[in-house]
Design a protein around this ligand. Structure first.
Ligand code: AMP
Length: 287
Protein backbone atom coordinates (compact mmCIF):
# COMPACT_ATOMS: atom_id res chain seq x y z
CA UNK A 1 0.00 0.00 0.00
CA UNK A 2 1.34 3.47 -0.91
CA UNK A 3 2.17 5.42 2.28
CA UNK A 4 2.00 8.87 0.77
CA UNK A 5 1.12 10.40 -2.53
CA UNK A 6 3.57 12.37 -4.68
CA UNK A 7 2.05 15.81 -5.07
CA UNK A 8 2.81 17.52 -8.39
CA UNK A 9 1.60 21.06 -8.91
CA UNK A 10 3.20 22.07 -12.16
CA UNK A 11 2.83 20.79 -15.68
CA UNK A 12 6.61 20.64 -15.93
CA UNK A 13 6.90 18.32 -12.91
CA UNK A 14 4.10 16.09 -14.20
CA UNK A 15 5.79 15.83 -17.61
CA UNK A 16 9.09 14.94 -15.96
CA UNK A 17 7.44 12.29 -13.81
CA UNK A 18 5.63 10.91 -16.86
CA UNK A 19 8.79 10.65 -18.94
CA UNK A 20 10.50 8.72 -16.10
CA UNK A 21 7.67 6.16 -16.18
CA UNK A 22 7.40 5.34 -19.87
CA UNK A 23 6.33 1.76 -20.40
CA UNK A 24 4.33 1.51 -17.16
CA UNK A 25 0.56 1.42 -17.45
CA UNK A 26 -1.21 4.39 -15.94
CA UNK A 27 -4.72 4.59 -14.49
CA UNK A 28 -6.11 8.10 -14.13
CA UNK A 29 -8.92 9.49 -11.97
CA UNK A 30 -9.79 13.15 -12.57
CA UNK A 31 -11.66 14.83 -9.69
CA UNK A 32 -12.50 18.21 -8.21
CA UNK A 33 -11.51 17.05 -4.72
CA UNK A 34 -13.54 16.98 -1.48
CA UNK A 35 -13.08 13.27 -1.88
CA UNK A 36 -15.43 10.56 -0.64
CA UNK A 37 -15.82 6.81 -1.05
CA UNK A 38 -17.19 7.30 -4.58
CA UNK A 39 -13.91 8.85 -5.71
CA UNK A 40 -11.88 6.32 -3.75
CA UNK A 41 -13.70 3.40 -5.42
CA UNK A 42 -12.33 4.71 -8.74
CA UNK A 43 -8.80 4.92 -7.31
CA UNK A 44 -9.01 1.35 -5.97
CA UNK A 45 -10.17 0.04 -9.34
CA UNK A 46 -7.37 1.94 -11.09
CA UNK A 47 -4.92 0.45 -8.54
CA UNK A 48 -6.02 -3.07 -9.47
CA UNK A 49 -5.72 -2.59 -13.22
CA UNK A 50 -2.59 -0.44 -13.69
CA UNK A 51 1.07 -0.21 -12.67
CA UNK A 52 0.65 3.39 -11.51
CA UNK A 53 -2.31 5.50 -10.44
CA UNK A 54 -2.62 9.26 -10.98
CA UNK A 55 -5.46 11.38 -9.58
CA UNK A 56 -6.04 15.02 -10.33
CA UNK A 57 -7.73 17.59 -8.13
CA UNK A 58 -8.72 20.66 -10.05
CA UNK A 59 -11.82 22.73 -9.41
CA UNK A 60 -12.29 23.61 -13.04
CA UNK A 61 -13.62 27.17 -13.37
CA UNK A 62 -14.83 26.72 -16.94
CA UNK A 63 -17.44 24.09 -16.06
CA UNK A 64 -19.26 26.34 -13.56
CA UNK A 65 -21.88 28.86 -14.59
CA UNK A 66 -21.70 32.46 -13.31
CA UNK A 67 -24.19 31.83 -10.50
CA UNK A 68 -22.93 28.40 -9.52
CA UNK A 69 -20.81 27.25 -6.58
CA UNK A 70 -17.26 27.60 -7.99
CA UNK A 71 -16.00 29.89 -5.21
CA UNK A 72 -17.69 27.96 -2.40
CA UNK A 73 -16.86 24.48 -3.76
CA UNK A 74 -15.20 22.58 -0.88
CA UNK A 75 -11.39 22.54 -1.00
CA UNK A 76 -9.41 20.26 1.37
CA UNK A 77 -6.20 19.35 -0.38
CA UNK A 78 -4.26 17.90 2.59
CA UNK A 79 -7.13 15.65 3.70
CA UNK A 80 -7.64 14.54 0.11
CA UNK A 81 -3.94 13.73 -0.31
CA UNK A 82 -4.13 11.43 2.74
CA UNK A 83 -7.28 9.73 1.42
CA UNK A 84 -5.66 9.19 -1.97
CA UNK A 85 -2.57 7.65 -0.36
CA UNK A 86 -4.70 5.30 1.72
CA UNK A 87 -6.53 4.12 -1.44
CA UNK A 88 -3.23 3.37 -3.21
CA UNK A 89 -2.82 6.42 -5.42
CA UNK A 90 0.77 7.18 -6.49
CA UNK A 91 0.56 10.73 -7.84
CA UNK A 92 -1.74 13.68 -7.15
CA UNK A 93 -1.70 16.32 -9.87
CA UNK A 94 -3.15 19.54 -8.46
CA UNK A 95 -2.37 22.43 -10.81
CA UNK A 96 -3.30 26.08 -10.38
CA UNK A 97 -5.91 27.44 -12.72
CA UNK A 98 -3.49 29.67 -14.62
CA UNK A 99 -1.27 26.68 -15.39
CA UNK A 100 -4.16 24.83 -17.03
CA UNK A 101 -5.50 27.96 -18.72
CA UNK A 102 -2.58 30.35 -19.25
CA UNK A 103 -3.30 33.85 -20.50
CA UNK A 104 -4.30 33.61 -24.13
CA UNK A 105 -5.75 30.09 -23.86
CA UNK A 106 -8.25 29.87 -26.72
CA UNK A 107 -8.95 26.23 -27.53
CA UNK A 108 -12.02 24.27 -26.47
CA UNK A 109 -13.27 20.76 -27.11
CA UNK A 110 -17.00 20.51 -27.76
CA UNK A 111 -19.06 17.38 -28.27
CA UNK A 112 -21.86 18.65 -30.46
CA UNK A 113 -25.38 18.49 -29.15
CA UNK A 114 -24.59 17.91 -25.50
CA UNK A 115 -25.50 21.49 -24.55
CA UNK A 116 -29.03 20.90 -25.78
CA UNK A 117 -29.91 18.13 -23.40
CA UNK A 118 -30.33 17.22 -19.72
CA UNK A 119 -27.57 18.84 -17.60
CA UNK A 120 -26.16 20.55 -20.70
CA UNK A 121 -29.43 22.38 -21.19
CA UNK A 122 -29.69 23.41 -17.53
CA UNK A 123 -26.02 24.38 -17.27
CA UNK A 124 -25.05 26.06 -20.57
CA UNK A 125 -21.35 25.64 -21.31
CA UNK A 126 -20.86 23.06 -18.56
CA UNK A 127 -19.89 20.15 -20.80
CA UNK A 128 -17.65 22.32 -22.95
CA UNK A 129 -15.73 23.08 -19.74
CA UNK A 130 -15.67 19.41 -18.77
CA UNK A 131 -14.54 18.04 -22.14
CA UNK A 132 -11.92 20.75 -22.55
CA UNK A 133 -10.34 20.13 -19.15
CA UNK A 134 -10.51 16.35 -19.47
CA UNK A 135 -8.87 16.54 -22.91
CA UNK A 136 -6.10 18.73 -21.42
CA UNK A 137 -5.64 16.36 -18.48
CA UNK A 138 -5.60 13.27 -20.71
CA UNK A 139 -2.98 14.97 -22.84
CA UNK A 140 -0.79 15.80 -19.83
CA UNK A 141 -1.16 12.53 -17.90
CA UNK A 142 -1.20 10.19 -20.90
CA UNK A 143 -3.21 7.46 -19.15
CA UNK A 144 -3.93 3.99 -20.49
CA UNK A 145 -7.23 3.87 -18.60
CA UNK A 146 -9.35 6.64 -17.10
CA UNK A 147 -12.07 5.99 -14.51
CA UNK A 148 -15.33 7.92 -14.17
CA UNK A 149 -18.40 7.39 -12.01
CA UNK A 150 -21.74 6.45 -13.53
CA UNK A 151 -23.23 8.85 -11.00
CA UNK A 152 -22.44 11.56 -13.59
CA UNK A 153 -24.04 9.48 -16.33
CA UNK A 154 -24.23 12.13 -19.03
CA UNK A 155 -20.67 13.26 -18.29
CA UNK A 156 -19.42 9.68 -18.72
CA UNK A 157 -21.31 9.43 -22.00
CA UNK A 158 -19.89 12.72 -23.31
CA UNK A 159 -16.32 11.81 -22.33
CA UNK A 160 -16.60 8.42 -24.03
CA UNK A 161 -17.87 10.18 -27.15
CA UNK A 162 -15.03 12.72 -27.07
CA UNK A 163 -12.36 10.06 -26.54
CA UNK A 164 -13.75 7.97 -29.38
CA UNK A 165 -14.15 10.90 -31.78
CA UNK A 166 -10.64 12.23 -31.11
CA UNK A 167 -9.13 8.72 -31.25
CA UNK A 168 -7.55 9.29 -27.86
CA UNK A 169 -5.39 6.35 -26.81
CA UNK A 170 -7.20 5.87 -23.51
CA UNK A 171 -9.88 3.43 -22.39
CA UNK A 172 -12.67 5.25 -20.54
CA UNK A 173 -14.13 3.05 -17.82
CA UNK A 174 -17.47 3.73 -16.12
CA UNK A 175 -17.81 2.62 -12.51
CA UNK A 176 -20.90 2.05 -10.33
CA UNK A 177 -22.37 4.78 -8.13
CA UNK A 178 -21.40 4.46 -4.47
CA UNK A 179 -24.26 5.23 -2.09
CA UNK A 180 -24.90 5.88 1.58
CA UNK A 181 -26.49 2.90 3.38
CA UNK A 182 -29.94 4.44 2.84
CA UNK A 183 -29.33 4.91 -0.90
CA UNK A 184 -28.33 8.58 -1.25
CA UNK A 185 -25.60 8.83 -3.88
CA UNK A 186 -22.35 10.13 -2.41
CA UNK A 187 -21.52 13.60 -3.69
CA UNK A 188 -19.13 16.35 -2.64
CA UNK A 189 -22.18 18.62 -2.71
CA UNK A 190 -24.03 16.56 -0.05
CA UNK A 191 -22.17 18.63 2.54
CA UNK A 192 -24.32 21.61 1.52
CA UNK A 193 -27.41 19.76 2.83
CA UNK A 194 -28.98 20.64 6.18
CA UNK A 195 -30.46 17.83 8.26
CA UNK A 196 -33.90 18.34 6.73
CA UNK A 197 -32.43 18.74 3.20
CA UNK A 198 -30.65 15.43 3.74
CA UNK A 199 -33.98 13.68 4.41
CA UNK A 200 -35.52 15.33 1.36
CA UNK A 201 -32.54 14.41 -0.83
CA UNK A 202 -33.27 10.72 -0.31
CA UNK A 203 -36.33 11.19 -2.53
CA UNK A 204 -34.02 11.14 -5.58
CA UNK A 205 -33.00 7.57 -4.81
CA UNK A 206 -36.51 6.59 -3.74
CA UNK A 207 -37.91 8.03 -6.97
CA UNK A 208 -35.45 5.98 -9.02
CA UNK A 209 -36.41 2.85 -7.05
CA UNK A 210 -40.14 3.54 -7.55
CA UNK A 211 -39.65 3.69 -11.32
CA UNK A 212 -37.45 0.60 -11.28
CA UNK A 213 -40.10 -1.32 -9.31
CA UNK A 214 -42.81 -0.14 -11.70
CA UNK A 215 -40.79 -1.42 -14.66
CA UNK A 216 -40.37 -4.76 -12.90
CA UNK A 217 -44.15 -4.85 -12.44
CA UNK A 218 -44.50 -4.52 -16.19
CA UNK A 219 -44.81 -0.76 -16.82
CA UNK A 220 -43.14 -0.16 -20.14
CA UNK A 221 -44.09 3.40 -20.94
CA UNK A 222 -41.52 6.17 -20.46
CA UNK A 223 -44.06 8.83 -19.37
CA UNK A 224 -45.56 6.61 -16.69
CA UNK A 225 -42.15 5.62 -15.35
CA UNK A 226 -41.08 9.27 -15.21
CA UNK A 227 -44.31 10.19 -13.43
CA UNK A 228 -43.75 7.49 -10.79
CA UNK A 229 -40.36 9.00 -9.95
CA UNK A 230 -41.56 12.59 -10.14
CA UNK A 231 -44.41 11.82 -7.73
CA UNK A 232 -41.90 10.66 -5.11
CA UNK A 233 -39.91 13.90 -5.47
CA UNK A 234 -42.94 16.17 -5.23
CA UNK A 235 -44.44 14.32 -2.28
CA UNK A 236 -41.12 14.81 -0.46
CA UNK A 237 -41.53 18.56 -1.07
CA UNK A 238 -38.96 18.90 -3.89
CA UNK A 239 -40.42 21.42 -6.30
CA UNK A 240 -37.29 22.61 -8.06
CA UNK A 241 -36.80 19.75 -10.51
CA UNK A 242 -34.54 20.28 -13.54
CA UNK A 243 -35.50 17.00 -15.18
CA UNK A 244 -36.76 13.47 -14.67
CA UNK A 245 -35.99 11.66 -17.88
CA UNK A 246 -36.02 8.09 -19.17
CA UNK A 247 -33.41 7.45 -21.85
CA UNK A 248 -31.82 4.65 -23.77
CA UNK A 249 -28.98 3.59 -21.46
CA UNK A 250 -26.47 3.24 -24.30
CA UNK A 251 -27.21 6.27 -26.48
CA UNK A 252 -28.96 8.62 -24.02
CA UNK A 253 -31.54 9.24 -26.75
CA UNK A 254 -35.28 8.66 -26.27
CA UNK A 255 -36.07 5.16 -25.06
CA UNK A 256 -38.36 3.30 -27.43
CA UNK A 257 -37.68 -0.36 -27.06
CA UNK A 258 -38.88 -2.30 -24.06
CA UNK A 259 -36.41 -5.03 -25.02
CA UNK A 260 -33.46 -3.40 -23.34
CA UNK A 261 -32.90 -1.41 -20.18
CA UNK A 262 -33.44 2.34 -20.03
CA UNK A 263 -31.70 4.64 -17.59
CA UNK A 264 -33.71 7.10 -15.52
CA UNK A 265 -31.90 10.37 -14.85
CA UNK A 266 -32.90 12.99 -12.27
CA UNK A 267 -31.57 16.45 -11.47
CA UNK A 268 -33.18 18.55 -8.76
CA UNK A 269 -32.38 21.28 -6.31
CA UNK A 270 -32.54 20.42 -2.60
CA UNK A 271 -31.80 23.40 -0.36
CA UNK A 272 -28.82 25.12 -1.98
CA UNK A 273 -27.49 21.94 -3.62
CA UNK A 274 -28.17 20.80 -7.15
CA UNK A 275 -28.17 17.01 -6.97
CA UNK A 276 -28.14 14.44 -9.77
CA UNK A 277 -28.68 10.71 -9.71
CA UNK A 278 -29.63 7.94 -12.10
CA UNK A 279 -30.41 4.25 -12.24
CA UNK A 280 -30.67 1.64 -14.94
CA UNK A 281 -34.21 0.30 -14.74
CA UNK A 282 -33.20 -3.30 -15.01
CA UNK A 283 -35.65 -6.19 -14.99
CA UNK A 284 -32.94 -8.33 -13.48
CA UNK A 285 -33.25 -8.33 -9.66
CA UNK A 286 -29.50 -8.82 -9.30
CA UNK A 287 -28.68 -5.40 -10.76
P1 AMP B 1 -16.08 15.19 -9.11
O1 AMP B 1 -15.01 15.38 -8.09
O2 AMP B 1 -17.46 15.45 -8.60
O3 AMP B 1 -15.78 15.88 -10.42
O4 AMP B 1 -16.09 13.63 -9.46
C1 AMP B 1 -14.92 12.99 -9.88
C2 AMP B 1 -15.29 11.59 -10.34
O5 AMP B 1 -15.87 10.87 -9.26
C3 AMP B 1 -16.32 11.59 -11.48
O6 AMP B 1 -15.96 10.59 -12.42
C4 AMP B 1 -17.59 11.25 -10.76
O7 AMP B 1 -18.55 10.61 -11.59
C5 AMP B 1 -17.09 10.28 -9.70
N1 AMP B 1 -18.04 10.17 -8.61
C6 AMP B 1 -18.64 11.19 -7.92
N2 AMP B 1 -19.53 10.70 -7.04
C7 AMP B 1 -19.50 9.34 -7.16
C8 AMP B 1 -20.19 8.26 -6.53
N3 AMP B 1 -21.10 8.48 -5.58
N4 AMP B 1 -19.90 7.01 -6.91
C9 AMP B 1 -18.97 6.78 -7.89
N5 AMP B 1 -18.29 7.75 -8.50
C10 AMP B 1 -18.54 9.01 -8.17
Amino acid sequence: MTESVLKLKTIHSLREWRSRHQGRSIGFVPTMGALHEGHLSLIRQARQENDLVVASIFVNPTQFGPNEDFSSYPRQLETDARLLASAGCDVLFCPESDAVYPVGHATSVVVSGCDDDLCGKCRPGHFKGVTTVVAILFNLVGPDRAYFGSKDYQQLHVIKQMSCDLHLPVTVIGMPTIREPDGLALSSRNRYLSESDRKQALALYNGLCAARDARREGVCDADTLEQRARAVLTSAGIDNIDYVSIRDAETLKAWHSCDHDPVLLIAARVGSARLIDNMRLSLDEAR
